[in-house]
Structure formats: C-alpha cells, structure tokens
Design a protein around this ligand. Structure first.
Ligand code: NAD
Length: 488
C-alpha cells in the first residue's frame, strides 16, 4: 500500500459507508502497478438504495426549487476541492496515471473552476420567461415558461479524465436542481468517492441529493439505465457502451445524454506553418498517452508535404517519451491498465498486418519495467479503409494520411462514424475557418486555438454522442421546460 490516501466508502443517502456485502476492490497505480488501496465494491442492493435516496430527495425535499441552497452547496464544494487540492492532486496522479502537469487544467483545476462557474450561472439564470399574451382559440391568455430540474440523474463516467467528467456532470445537474447517483469507472473509484466525502462532510447539500456507488461491476451502470425511478442518464464512455445505454434506457424513455468516442482529424493545409502545426499535433497525441476522447488521432497533411510533416511530428513525439507522471515535465504517462495496454498493443500488431510502418514507437518503452507504458507511435502507409485509421485506439498512436487539397482534406476528416473534435492549420485564417466549418464535429481548434473551458459546450456529432456538456448548453441538458398559461 502507498501513502497516497483516497476514500474507501460509498456515499448513499448522506451516509459514508461500506458496501452492504462488505466487499472491496483494489485501485492500482498504472505507472507502478502498485496497489494504492481499496474502494467499496458496491452491489445491486447498494445501487438500489442510492437510487431510492436520490428519488426521495428529489420528490420529498425542497432541493429542486431552492436555488440559493444549490448555489451555496456548489460554492462550498468548490472551496472544499481548493482546500484539499494538494492531496487530491497527488491521488489523481497516482490513481489515473495522469501527468502532474495535466492536473493544473483538464485533470483537476479546470473542472473544479467549473463548479464555481456553474454556481454563478444558476444564480443569474432566467428560470422563467414571459411569453406575453396571445389569443389561441380566441381566448386571451398570458403565457410563460418555467425551467425545472430533469429529476433523478444517473451519471456514469469513464477513467481517463475522471474529475473533469464527474464534475462536468454533477455540477450542472445539481445546479439545475436534479439529484444524482454517480457510478464511476472501476479503474478510478477514488476520484469519485473523494467527491462523495467532500459533499458529505464539507457542504450543506442534503442527504440523498448526491450519491456515489463505486463498484468493480459494470452492470451497476446498467441498473441506472433501466431503473424507472431514474429520469435521465448522463453517460460518458465508449460508443459501444453508449449504444447499450441508449437501448437500455428506451423502455422507460429516459432522457439520454451521451459523450462517446472519437477519431478526430488534425488537418494541415498547404500554406500552414508546418513546424508549428506538426508540433501541436505531436504534443496532442502524447498528452496523457492519447487517452482523451477529443485528442486528434489522424494527421491529415498535403501529399506534396507528406515527408516534411512526418519528420516534424516524429521529431516532437521523440522528445515526449512515455515517462513517470509525477515528473512535472512529463506529457505522456502510462495507460490506465494492463487491459488497455493489451488493447493498444493489439492495434499496433494490426497496424503491421494492415501494411503500416512505424516511424517512431510501436511498443513498450525499454526503460520501464513496471507500469502500463506504451511509446508514442507514429504510423504511415495505412490505407484510409484500414481499421487502425478508422477505429478509436485510446493510446499515443497517430496515423498520417495524405490529402489532395482542401476539399479532399474535408472529405477525409468527415470520413468517420465519429465527430467529436478536430484541428485545422492554415496561414490564411479565413481559409482555416472555412474548412473548420465544413468538418462535422462538435469542437474544433483553428491555428492552435483551444476551446476547452467550463463555459464552452463540448460534445459530439454523429456517433460521438448526443447533447452537450459544459457551457450553458451543458447546464440546460438537466432541465425540463414547462409552459404555463392563465387567462389574460
Ligand atoms: P466504457 O464505455 O467501457 O465505460 C464507461 C463507463 O460505463 C464505466 O463507468 C463503466 O463501468 C460503465 N459501463 C460499462 N458497461 C455499461 C453498461 N452496459 N451500462 C451502463 N454503464 C456501463 O469506457 P471506458 O473504457 O471507461 O472509457 C474510454 C471511452 O470513453 C473511450 O471510448 C473514450 O472515447 C470515451 N470518452 C468519451 C468522452 C467524451 O466526452 N466524449 C470523454 C472521455 C472518454
């Protein structure tokens, strides 16, 4: 066991407690393979109690109509994260294998700032809108709309950026007046159970409003999707699981919000600053070992400049080796687990079978005996129809594809079942924006611009998802609209 501490207990109906069965499961440091400690292994009976608590808190307390209490609770939660930032940062690096440098933005500080942002939004939000008087059927009527919370939300999250995804669901859902049951990924239970402890011990958020059920069993997520007491599912994970969640939620016609996979394109046009563009593409794929749904994984470059682009990307990827995530200079840490490393290695074998060549990387780094590391890998020579070009790998693996002009680059970028993010580089800003506008994707950077921020909506087109997280749109996902009329 290490000296990093997390939280072993579930949070159900205001009580921090063990699983009813008493079972626990281990959480592992992916950089060292050391057991960090254990988390409660919640079972169906725990999930059942958590859903009942969230239902009761929504139906029988004033939570959903008390904006002041919600704003106060979220601000207290924000302060609690700030007060415990050092220990949570160390725990996050250890449990997620996240490079320390990433905890100052997406892995911790940015989602924590998002709590304050969404509390401010709830405070100033126009909960009612006056639609004036009209005379439908000749009866003069005064009409208005009122925004109301969606009800009980089942939040299901993955392991790659757990605070970001947990808080981008829980913050807006609570701000909207919903109650929540959070079911995190089995690989990162502590990032969620620590959130449960902060809510229970350091906020006025009432019992039952927020519940955390950690578990080694994926089926607890499916319990949320199927249970008629749950009104809405907020899911982030793979597209394959997203399809199951949607099907499971269909019989009870839940609102389903899905943030899924990606295979996003980084498009370089023929007038671009090649060194700047390829450096950014290389840095992006190495970040957190490529374990980000919005990371650009297809580098689409002008055919005439193909070799120059490959050399530029390979040079920078070579400077960002897979390394110890506690080192402040590390960009590429380990993969989350042996299972994920097996999966990525399977794609590396497939790349060879499909005719690809590794420009750099292609396996495990020699200088790490332990930890689930994979070298940053750049692949050329693959056919656009190959599986490695088309499927999400979720590792530090970048494929390079040649394009024959702007129209062809747009066609290649859009030739995917996914549409989550992207990037375009050109010396001509209007030309770059024009190409960005034609790519069917939920977010896109132009000439290095960064969209990631609590106030910017994030989400996917096509099979990358349904709905938007963050921003006003992400808050409104957790609201219903009621229209009311009275005689004028
Ligand atoms: P996953 O789909 O395997 O699991 C995600 C969550 O779903 C976990 O909590 C898991 O326990 C739960 N789950 C598994 N089966 C379930 C079922 N049948 N019903 C309900 N819940 C179930 O994904 P993962 O491996 O944890 O994460 C990696 C994937 O997440 C990648 O595909 C990545 O692109 C995606 N992702 C998407 C975004 C986004 O915002 N679009 C962000 C991060 C990760």
């Amino acid at each position: 066991m290490s000296d990093i501490t997390g939280e072993e207990r579930l949070l159900i109906d205001g009580e921090l407690r063990a699983a009813r069965s008493g079972a626990v499961f281990e959480t592992i440091n992916p950089a060292t393979e050391e057991v960090l400690g254990v988390a409660a292994d919640g079972g169906p009976e725990d999930m059942n109690e958590a859903i009942a608590a969230a239902r009761r808190a929504f139906d029988e307390t004033g939570w959903s109509t008390d904006v002041d209490l919600r704003v106060r609770g979220l601000r207290q939660l924000h302060q609690a994260f700030l007060a415990h930032a050092d220990e949570i940062r160390a725990m996050t690096v250890a449990e997620v294998g996240s490079p320390l440098s990433m905890t100052t933005h997406a892995q911790l500080d940015s989602p924590v700032a998002g709590l304050a942002w969404v509390a401010d939004l709830a405070e100033r939000y126009a909960w009612e809108e006056d639609l004036g008087v009209a005379e439908p059927l000749g009866i003069a009527s005064h009409r208005w709309t009122r925004k109301e919370a969606a009800g009980v939300v089942g939040a299901i999250s993955p392991w790659n950026v757990p605070h970001q995804i947990n808080l981008a669901k829980v913050g807006p859902a609570l701000a909207a007046g919903a109650t929540v049951v959070l079911k995190p990924a089995p690989d990162t239970p502590w990032c969620a159970s620590v959130l449960g402890r902060l809510v229970a011990e350091e906020t006025d958020i009432p019992a039952g409003v927020f519940n955390v059920v950690t578990s080694s069993d994926h089926r607890l997520g499916a319990m949320l999707s199927t249970d008629p007491r749950v009104d809405q599912i907020s899911f982030t994970g793979s597209t394959a699981t997203g399809r199951k969640v949607m099907a499971d939620a269909a019989p009870t016609l839940k609102k389903v919000f899905l943030e899924l996979g990606g295979k996003s394109a980084f498009v370089i046009l023929d007038d671009a600053d090649m060194a700047a563009a390829t450096a950014m593409a290389a840095f992006t794929i190495c970040t957190h070992a490529g374990q980000g749904c919005a990371i650009t994984t297809r580098l689409v470059v002008p055919r005439a400049l193909f070799d120059e682009a490959v050399e530029g990307a390979a040079t920078v990827m070579g400077m960002l080796p897979a390394s110890d995530p506690t080192d402040p200079g590390t960009v590429c840490g380990p993969l989350i687990s042996a299972v994920q490393r097996d999966r990525v290695e399977g794609y590396l074998r497939l790349a060879k079978e499909e005719g690809g060549t590794f420009v750099i990387g292609g396996g495990r780094p020699e200088d790490h005996e332990r930890g689930f590391f994979i070298e940053p890998t750049l692949i050329v020579g693959l056919d656009p129809t190959s599986r490695v070009v088309r499927e999400e790998i979720f590792g530090p693996v970048l494929v390079v594809i040649a394009h024959d002009g702007d129209d062809d680059a747009v066609r290649i970028a859009n030739d995917s079942i996914y549409g989550l993010s992207g990037s375009v580089f050109s010396a001509d800003r209007d030309r770059a924006v024009g190409v960005a506008n034609r790519i069917r994707t939920g977010t896109i950077g132009v000439n290095g611009g960064l969209w990631f921020s609590p106030d910017v909506p994030f989400g996917g087109y096509k099979q990358s998802g349904l709905g938007r997280e963050m921003g006003v749109a992400g808050f409104e996902e957790y609201l219903e609209t009621k229209s009311i009329a009275e005689p004028a």
